[in-house]
Design a protein around this ligand. Sequence first.
Ligand SMILES: Cc1cc2nc3c(=O)[nH]c(=O)nc-3n(C[C@H](O)[C@H](O)[C@H](O)COP(=O)(O)OP(=O)(O)OC[C@H]3O[C@@H](n4cnc5c(N)ncnc54)[C@H](O)[C@@H]3O)c2cc1C
Length: 385
Amino acid sequence: MPEFDLIVIGGGVSGITAAAYARRAGRNVVLLEAGDRLGGCCHTWHPVADFWLELGAHTAYNSYGALLALNPDTAFGNLIPRAKVGYHFLKAGKPQSPFGRVGFLEAALTLPFGLGKDKAGLDVETWFTRLLGRGNWQRLLAPAFAAVLSQAAGPYPAEWLFKRKQRIKAAPRKFTHAGGLQGWLTELATGLDVRLGQPVQTLSMADEGVRIVLAEGELSAREVVIAAPLDVAAGLLEHIVPELACRLRATVMAEIETHAVVVPAGKVKLPPVAGLIGGDDAYFSAVSRDYLAHPDWRGFAFHFKPGLLDGDARRRKMAAVLGCEPADFAYETAKTNRLPALTPASVALARELRSALADTPVRLVGNYLNGLSLGDAAVYAAQGG
Ligand SMILES: Cc1cc2nc3c(=O)[nH]c(=O)nc-3n(C[C@H](O)[C@H](O)[C@H](O)COP(=O)(O)OP(=O)(O)OC[C@H]3O[C@@H](n4cnc5c(N)ncnc54)[C@H](O)[C@@H]3O)c2cc1C
């Protein structure tokens, strides 16, 4: 007899959601996470006792219904509305509103031909260029979407960007949590059987389900949900659906060199912003903590394009943007974030994977199967893959 009804591999938003929904359905679930914390791409850094900064995902919306349905407080009192500060470009060292870059005439001329067209099979660049014109794409949309996706946005599947979703009006429109988004996900995982420091090495079919091998020991279950990043999932699927695993592995993982700093509030000249859009500069975005102001500190996570600047050059760049000196940085940290570089072919591959695994005890969930946002990953995971 297998030990568990379900083993979930990976403790990011996808794995937590899949495990929490399965537990609600009365199943005996264990969640195995390779690292020493839950959250995956939701990574909240706590450099000072009462100040934290997001190193990965930073914004959750009230359209993330699958996650909000797991919230322990149905009145959402544990969620903190984000203050209304906007995203800006930087022009001559000063924030410039994205509206300043809209070519209204070009948009008016192209919009009637692009509206209402099907997005299926198109990439974001093709779809938005047809909708608003090439000039608007280059000046505004390409850099703004690159800031959202932390990678070049042109090849991303159009049907996976900005899906129409129902809003849960009782929850704040955009929110965070007292423990940041990692803190929120950890709260949603309360009551789950979570085992940290457990990288799954291999996965194989067994008599009544699946068997997985860990660094120390093995576990069995009737079913497994793989909620690990795409390249890890491809490795685990190697002997189950070899041809599809090989195609999955061919999807590039985009690397983002995140460098975060916390600065005494009085030292920063940049006015309060939600973040900056890097455009042609060396960073995709610089995301601030100004949406939850602190009297003493301001924090910024710069998501740098890979391979352009070394650590010292990044520090000089951050200081120049913030209007301070590198010596003013009271705390700093760096990490590499990884996200799949999705294309319209990813949409078709997701469909093929789902159908090939349908008759097996293996399910796949993750940010490469329905879109990169927390909400899209959670919708898919709530359905169990
Ligand atoms: C810089 C950045 C900013 C972002 N901003 C936003 C935002 O503001 N809003 C938004 O909605 N989304 C945002 N996103 C996207 C979103 O955060 C991710 O797409 C989403 O969190 C991915 O969740 P996941 O659970 O599918 O994968 P992951 O978060 O990658 O989780 C996978 C987990 O699997 C674990 N794992 C790996 N290998 C193994 C193994 N062998 N065994 C067991 N466990 C394993 C990993 O340690 C990890 O914890 C952002 C992402 C980044 C990087």
